[in-house]
Design a protein around this ligand. Structure first.
Ligand SMILES: Cc1cc2nc3c(=O)[nH]c(=O)nc-3n(C[C@H](O)[C@H](O)[C@H](O)COP(=O)(O)OP(=O)(O)OC[C@H]3O[C@@H](n4cnc5c(N)ncnc54)[C@H](O)[C@@H]3O)c2cc1C
Length: 504
């Protein structure tokens, strides 16, 4: 069979999803991951009896995973148990008030009424508005490779493109949210969703208000046993389907002919021949480090603004904290200043918003008896020269612990185990562009189109999946990017084989 060898770079969820589909289409697939374990930003760590997910903690759009299992001929429920999380998140506001957000609409309205009765009606209108954006954009922006001109030529897509103003790209997330809610706490809560793809609510287009609909309209989930179980399950499916997975295998180069068609990859000094390369590593980094030449393209890519980075503290904490839920947010006192410091000045925010996920609330085995596993995430700027993360680490740790103490969680002397990840670690561990955790930010009206396509324009046979390319970061979206890339490869192969037969 011709044109059936694919080399896949990276074991992140985008690449893994693409690899499974390609194997199912009949390709011979070899996947190379530089780290000892696959999963990329979805990963897991054990420290002295405490278990932690090190990256993603909330799952949305689980139907994307179901569909992949179906396509591969497996039943997802045999492998993974999706647990709806209620409350989805407990919010601690700067004035001391607390609110439980829920995908159960009655509970959510009651919680809003307790905070600000006059905003209940605004919430109902907001959710309808967000649902409308979802209706108009999901198919075209989330499920279609929008850089493929021929795929956009469907009448219903063209209708959406001509009605772009309905998807609200000309205001920012914050401007639009402020029109629905009068209470600043609710504005802060709904502004937060821009960070789900690593963006700034004061710059990102209001189209991103689709995200609260995805969470409140469709639900937020945890995976029993930890989010990393998803990687385990996909690895099983991939191997069953014949994908060859090699870990501790760093791809050093994407090889190509003078005619600009890829010929394979170089891994640990060895050349692996391939008809196609599916790159699940960050595309900006790949163009800089894995592909020779193309200076002009690199300059263009340097102009794409990376998404937020982050700082993570994994803390095994002695004692139980019933006042905390599975997911918690302790907001900063001034969101605008926080994001200005992060995106305009590339500084560590003075007063960071603190996210705490505690899976032992749901999976008690994740921490020893009488203890909890805290995953603490702060929004941080992407890497720029001059930052000194090694020194900042201890200062930020102090800021976080002091803030938590003021809230009644005095844990400084009860941290039994600890691990810290800085933006430098994200860059090093996952080869992400400047330590970004969601690829490219959506801080401009046109990012959806500027984000890199799933098919390379420079090298024939090179395709991309993952958070740095269309449709963007987050578990479901990177898995959809894998689907798009795999489908494009299959289509290319069908047309190449058709033409080569016709020539014979
Ligand atoms: C702290 C944190 C919290 C998050 N929270 C959430 C959340 O709650 N919900 C959600 O949906 N998403 C969340 N995300 C985002 C989500 O995890 C990512 O968008 C997604 O996992 C990225 O997948 P990817 O396909 O882009 O691959 P990545 O995860 O970026 O993996 C790329 C892989 O490629 C490998 N690689 C790179 N270069 C090479 C090379 N040259 N050779 C071989 N291998 C290479 C890397 O080692 C890595 O394993 C979070 C991310 C982080 C970091």
């Amino acid at each position: 069979m011709e044109n059936r060898r694919v080399a896949v770079i990276g074991g992140g969820l985008g690449a893994l999803s693409g690899a499974i589909r390609l194997a199912q289409f009949g390709f011979s697939v070899q996947l190379f991951e530089k780290n000892p374990k696959i999963g990329g930003k979805v990963n897991e760590v054990m420290l002295d009896g405490y278990r932690f997910d090190t990256g993603a903690s909330l799952l949305t759009m689980p139907f994307v995973i179901d569909e992949l299992f179906d396509v591969a001929g497996f039943k997802r429920s045999d492998y993974l148990d999706f647990v709806p999380i209620d409350p989805i998140c407990r919010y601690f506001f700067p004035d001391g008030s607390v609110m439980d957000a829920s995908a159960d609409q009655e509970k959510m309205k009651t919680a809003i009424a307790q905070l600000s009765p006059s905003d209940v009606e605004g919430y109902e209108r907001f959710l309808k508005y967000a649902e409308r954006i979802h209706e108009l954009t999901a198919e075209i922006f989330m499920f279609t490779p929008i850089h493929e001109f021929r795929k956009l030529m469907r009448p219903r897509y063209l209708r959406t493109l001509f009605r772009l103003h309905h998807i609200d790209p000309f205001r920012t997330v914050h401007e639009r949210v402020s029109r629905f809610f009068s209470d600043p706490r609710l504005v802060q809560l709904f502004d937060r969703y821009a960070t789900y793809n690593g963006s700034d609510p004061f710059q990102a287009p209001a189209t991103l208000n689709i995200i609260p609909y995805v969470e409140y309209g469709l639900g937020g989930f945890y995976i029993k046993g930890g989010i990393y179980r998803l990687v385990d399950a996909l690895e099983t499916v991939a191997r069953e389907r014949g994908v060859q997975i090699q870990t501790s295998a760093k791809v050093e180069r994407i090889c190509h002919h003078r005619n600009r068609r890829v010929t394979g990859v170089q891994v640990n000094g060895e050349t692996i021949d391939a008809d196609y390369v599916l790159c699940g590593a960050d595309a900006v980094v790949a163009y800089h480090k894995l592909i020779d030449g193309h200076q002009h393209q690199r300059k263009k890519l340097n102009r794409l603004e990376p998404s937020l980075s982050g700082m993570v503290f994994l803390w095994g904490v002695k004692g139980k904290h019933p006042a905390l839920a599975h997911h918690n947010i302790v907001f900063s006192g001034d969101y605008r200043t926080e994001f200005r410091q992060i995106f305009e000045h590339q500084q560590v925010p003075d007063d960071p918003t603190i996210y705490i996920a505690i899976t032992s609330k749901t999976d008690t085995a994740h921490a020893p008896t009488g203890a909890e596993n805290w995953f603490v995430l702060l929004n941080m700027p992407y890497l720029v020269p001059g930052q000194v993360w090694e020194q900042e680490k201890n200062r930020i740790r102090r800021v976080v612990l002091d803030k938590l103490k003021r809230l009644g969680f005095d844990i400084a002397d009860r941290i039994a185990v600890e691990r810290v990840y800085t933006p430098e670690d994200f860059s090093e561990l996952y080869a992400s562009n400047k330590g970004s955790i969601y690829g490219v930010s959506s801080n401009s009206k046109t990012t959806a189109f500027k984000r890199l396509p799933n098919r390379s324009r420079l090298l024939k046979g090179l395709y991309f999946a993952g958070g740095s390319v269309h449709p963007g970061g987050g578990i479901p979206l990177v898995m959809l990017s894998g689907k798009m890339a795999a489908t494009l490869i299959a289509e290319d192969r069908a047309s190449r084989n058709f033409y080569s037969k016709a020539e014979k």
